[in-house]
Design a protein around this ligand. Structure first.
Ligand code: SF4
Length: 501
């Protein structure tokens, strides 16, 4: 069994992923997404640009013949070569062969089996932050290197984008590495397939997603319920609550004593299970204490206020969505759907920077449009839009009389939805909610990551099809937000009528 840095990195993210990478049926793997391909390409060109400024040697060996690679690397180290790129290091642990290929091995003064020098490992990363998973891999290289050269390098190094060289303390990170390494060797060695657990933040970019999701769906797995984390799942298993139905039929007081649950989370999770089981939206305030007492009045403050009076509804409403390129720190598209309820029109305005230097220009165009409707609420989904407006205002020194009165007009619909209702959805992302209320994107495969890829392709190839696809996707995001807002008002109105009619 070979354990290399990639396997270990994937094991840290999800033990099942590492297991499937070794034993899974490769025909069930998803194709690599365009977005991931872009990241891989960016990462390689970043490495090349760093290495271009250095002199280094590389070991020569037949592709995949690690023993030959290790021998060639050892010879370079014995010769005292200053820098070695893609050196191959091998060591044994617990019946596994550890294979480390650091981006660089750099010669330093010190004592090793070679003489009065030793090597330290360096890994070049596209990321800006020294994430813990990177640090563990850097120490993995040090750990294997220590066995090869008979001496510990006290530090391993990361070369990060923008931040440059970052030292990783071997003794701080080593215990964590050893724990993960032992777990990994045991899981792979014992051939015990870890259970599926769908966690959106880690599964979204995994090449086993469709395979795992199909299993989770057919099992009605609890991880598909928003709010169920791996820790909570284990706690629920311990008290034999392993199905959505069982959870829906539980009284929240049974969950409250569990560490990390408390009254709020216990109610939330049971309510989520009930919503999913019945495929019904549930008004949060109505059922939070599971009493029969009417509660919409609590929500609106006064029993005679219509829902439309607290969720802003105006003759003209704006629905706003931004597309950005995080790698370039660029906001290239402000999409605004202007909904005029009196004239019964909906017009979409895309302010698009076709080149990065046009960011300031499209920012101004956006401001001009929103100030044409000085009292219209601006609906968006999640805080990113407002945060970006504040950032761009600072960046382009926008006068405060153009920004200060604008900010209170923003209405975060995600915040409203999650405070008011529980929905039978697998996540409270715009796509999941809008689809549940009946909206469909014209391109079902479009998403934010894909848009990043499309914009990069436009810049590289000049093919306008990429821009057109982004515009359709962005417009649909604005329309989806509009759809969700209308649904929410209708839902609240129907609950209101049922309570106060
Ligand atoms: S889809 Fe999720 S659970 Fe399945 S292997 Fe990937 S990260 Fe793990």
């Amino acid at each position: 069994m070979i354990v290399d840095a990639e396997l270990l990195l994937n094991f840290q993210r999800c033990s099942r992923r590492a297991f499937l990478d070794v034993y899974g049926d490769s025909s069930e793997r998803d194709a690599t997404s365009d977005y991931l391909l872009k990241i891989l390409q960016d990462s390689r060109s970043h490495q090349r640009s760093i290495l271009a400024s250095m002199n280094f040697a590389e070991p020569h060996y037949p592709k995949g013949d690690w023993q030959a690679g290790a021998k060639a690397t050892l010879e370079l180290m014995q010769q005292g070569v200053e820098r070695i790129s893609q050196g191959v290091l091998l060591a044994e642990q617990g019946g596994a062969t550890l294979l480390s290929i650091p981006d660089l091995l750099v010669k330093q003064p010190g004592e090793s089996i070679f003489g009065d020098w030793l090597y330290i490992p360096m890994d070049i990363k596209l990321g800006k932050r020294p994430k813990q998973e990177y640090q563990i891999i850097a120490v993995f290289h040090s750990f294997v290197l220590g066995q090869v050269q008979g001496a510990w390098a006290e530090q391993a190094w990361l070369i990060l984008r923008e931040r440059g060289e970052y030292p990783v303390d071997l003794w701080d990170v080593l215990p964590k590495l050893q724990e993960i390494l032992e777990d990994c060797i045991r899981t792979i060695g014992d051939r015990q397939e870890p259970e599926v657990f769908i966690a959106r933040n880690r599964c979204g970019l995994c090449h086993w997603f469709n395979h795992c999701y199909a299993i989770a769906k057919s099992d009605n797995h609890l991880s598909l319920l928003p709010g169920i984390t791996p820790v909570r799942y284990t706690q629920l298993q311990e008290i034999q609550l392993t199905t959505v139905k069982a959870l829906a039929e539980t009284h929240p007081s049974q969950l409250e004593p569990l560490p990390g649950f408390g009254r709020e989370h216990a109610s939330k999770i049971v309510r989520q299970a009930r919503s999913t089981l019945t495929n019904q939206a549930i008004l949060i305030e109505e059922s939070s204490d599971f009493s029969t007492q009417s509660s919409l009045s609590k929500l609106v403050g006064l029993p005679n206020r219509q829902p439309s009076s607290f969720l802003p509804t105006a003759p003209v409403e704006l629905y706003f969505d931004i597309e950005a390129e995080p790698g370039m720190n660029l906001v290239y598209l402000h999409g605004v759907l202007v909904v005029d309820r009196i004239a019964n029109t909906q017009v979409f305005y895309p302010f698009l920077a076709e080149a990065p230097h046009e960011e300031a220009q499209v920012w101004q165009q956006f401001l001009e449009l929103v100030w044409q409707y000085p009292t219209a609420p601006i609906f968006h989904f999640c805080p990113f839009e407002v945060q970006t407006v504040e950032r761009l205002a600072k960046l382009y020194r926008t006068p405060s009389d153009k920004i200060k009165p604008l900010l209170p007009r923003f209405v975060d619909l995600h915040d409203w939805v999650t405070r008011l209702v529980t929905l039978p959805v697998e996540s409270y992302a715009l796509k999941a909610i809008a689809r549940w209320v009946g909206f469909e994107w014209r391109d079902p495969s479009a998403n934010g990551a894909q848009a990043v890829f499309w914009y990069a392709q436009w810049l590289e190839t000049g093919d306008r099809n990429f821009l057109d696809t982004i515009l359709v996707y962005n417009e649909d995001d604005c329309r989806a937000t509009y759809h969700v807002k209308d649904w929410l008002v209708q839902f609240l109105t129907s609950v209101y009528r049922a309570e106060f009619a």
